[in-house]
Write a protein that binds this ligand. Structure first.
Ligand code: IPE
Ligand code: IPE
Ligand code: MG
Ligand code: MG
Ligand code: MG
Length: 324
């Protein structure tokens, strides 16, 4: 690996990607059929997102148009679905959990808009469409991200649960989005690691911070919203931390193994930008094993819930078997 950071226009190093994809390194699991509850949750989340976002026509309509464009560009809605299905372990009424669920999707979408900016990953394609800054310009993309982050906290504050629960959810989500072991901290380390040789500890820090933290918060927010006690919240925090880590290892693998058409974002980008990834540090085959081992460890945390956690178990499996 080169020791100086690559320029943003570094051409894609397809030879290296092909080397990672050599026969024997490929390990494509079969495509996974999603259980029906995914679609039911997705529809409920999309309807709630629609209600919570300011109307496109409300002034300043340019920023509302950009926010709506990115939120409805077609994400998998993993974080809100995790939030709802964690809440369902403790309650049959998951309607209040739609608020933190949507808040997490707002923060996630903001993180993607900013991640794609020229100053960060400089991406043109996201969720199968031109990135927010490509469509609306950098100023509006930055502001749409800022606005989604702010709207997330307004949304959590409107959750119809006792105020102590609401305050706990706010704390969980704010710290997961922040700089200390949170999303922004991980993004800083990710950008600063470009073009450098990283050790496994730094790689772990980047992945747990930039991605696992928000996934963990989606799960703990669902638990807190439904009134789970401290022991359950701690157990589910461990589940979320570990499955979120496995999720980013899988994201790195898919960047190597899949096409841009399948991913809806530019494939092969990590190698081109000399990003710190699991395939670059451990190779593809070992990365698959790491993702699988992390998922197994995460799912073991769900044993005490038996059948009540069957949906969470299915989501966890999907997160490492997915192909997009
Ligand atoms: C992509 O997340 C960014 C990462 C944190 C790896 P997703 O794969 O959940 O993206 P969408 O929401 O489905 O577009
Ligand atoms: C992004 O990681 C994590 C975020 C906090 C947005 P990546 O840079 O690998 O995500 P993609 O591959 O662009 O979706
Ligand atoms: Mg990035
Ligand atoms: Mg990126
Ligand atoms: Mg990626």
């Amino acid at each position: 690996m080169a020791s100086s950071p690559p320029s943003r226009s570094t051409p894609r190093r397809s030879l290296d990607r092909e080397a990672l994809l050599q026969p024997g390194a490929r390990c494509f699991p079969p495509p996974m059929k999603l259980p029906p509850f995914f679609e039911e949750d997705r529809l409920a989340v999309d309807a709630a997102l629609e209600r919570l976002l300011p109307a496109q026509t409300a002034p300043p309509s340019s920023v509302h148009t950009a926010m709506r464009y990115s939120v409805f560009a077609g994400g998998k809605r993993i974080r809100p679905i995790l939030c709802l299905e964690t809440a369902r372990i403790f309650t049959s009424n998951v309607t209040p959990a739609l608020y933190p669920a949507c808040a997490l999707e707002f923060i996630h979408t903001y993180s993607l808009i900013h991640d794609d900016l020229p100053a960060l990953d400089n991406d043109d394609l996201r969720r199968g469409k031109p990135t927010c800054h490509k469509k609306f310009g950098e100023a509006l993309a930055i502001l749409a991200g800022d606005a989604l982050l702010t709207l997330a906290f307004e949304t959590i504050s409107a959750t119809l649960v006792p105020s102590e629960r609401c305050v706990s959810i706010l704390g969980e989500v704010a710290s997961a989005a922040g700089t200390i072991n949170g999303m922004v901290g991980g993004q800083v380390a990710d950008v600063e690691a470009e073009g450098k040789r990283v050790d496994p500890q730094t790689l772990e820090y980047i992945h747990r911070s930039k991605t696992a933290a928000l996934i963990r918060a989606s799960i703990t927010a669902g638990a807190l919203c439904a009134g789970a006690g401290p022991e359950d919240v701690a157990r589910l925090r461990r589940f979320g931390e570990t499955i979120g880590w496995a999720f980013q290892v899988t994201d790195d693998i898919l960047d190597v193994e899949e096409s841009s058409a399948a991913l809806g974002k530019t494939a092969g980008k990590d190698m081109a930008q000399q990003k710190a990834t699991y395939p670059s540090v451990f190779g593809l085959e070992r990365s698959h094993e790491i993702a699988k081992d992390l998922a197994t460890k995460a799912i073991a945390e769900l044993i005490p819930y038996a059948e009540r956690a069957s949906r969470l178990r299915e989501i966890a499996e999907f997160l490492v078997l997915r192909r997009a």
